[in-house]
Unconditional design. Structure first.
Length: 85
């Protein structure tokens, strides 16, 4: 029997202008936001080559990451939450 998706995870959020500049227009569920963020990170080669869990921010991501130049992937999801309403 397949599991049903949790409706809370599918709830679309309004995105900040800074986040929309990276992932595109909202509203989007949190899972799609994270997926699109990773697409952007990989497309622009923003993972630290020495430690792939760290993301090096470009100009767009600096705004989303609150000015931090490098964050780990767990910290990234916390920082992105501030851009979802």
């Amino acid at each position: 029997m397949p599991r049903k998706a949790n409706p809370a995870l599918l709830k679309p959020y309004k995105l900040s202008a800074d986040l929309e500049a990276v992932v595109g227009k909202g509203p989007l569920p949190r899972s799609q936001v994270v997926k699109k963020l990773w697409e952007y990170i990989k497309k622009n080669n923003l993972q630290n080559p020495a430690n792939k869990r760290n993301i090096i921010a470009d100009d767009k991501l600096l705004k989303v990451f609150g000015g931090k130049k490098e964050v780990n992937m767990f910290e990234m999801t916390k920082l992105v939450s501030k851009h979802l309403t």
